[in-house]
Design a protein around this ligand. Structure first.
Ligand SMILES: [Zn+2]
Length: 88
């Protein structure tokens, strides 16, 4: 995860070079598509449980049956994505 952050910094430096700027835009394009795919991918591994007593949406991991506050406007799917990352 830390690696991707430092990669972003490198991409910012690359924009100083016009030749690299085009490549940097392409990389960003791919990154956007990847992010979209990952968001929908999450629901292949989690089941939406809907809001609990506190009104917060929850999702359950199909793998380990852990429950997470996720899926609603407030929590999104970043928690679920992080959990999937922990399997890798
Ligand atoms: Zn799990």
């Amino acid at each position: 995860m830390d690696n991707s952050v430092s990669m972003k910094v490198d991409g910012g430096n690359a924009t100083q070079n016009p030749e690299n700027m085009e490549r940097s835009e392409t990389t960003e394009d791919i990154r956007k598509k990847k992010t979209k795919a990952t968001t929908s991918d999450v629901w292949r591994y989690f089941t939406k449980l809907g809001p609990g007593d506190d009104g917060i949406d929850r999702a359950q991991c199909d793998g380990c049956k852990q429950k997470f506050k996720a899926g609603g406007k407030q929590y999104g799917t970043s928690t679920l994505k992080r959990h999937l990352d922990s399997y890798v």
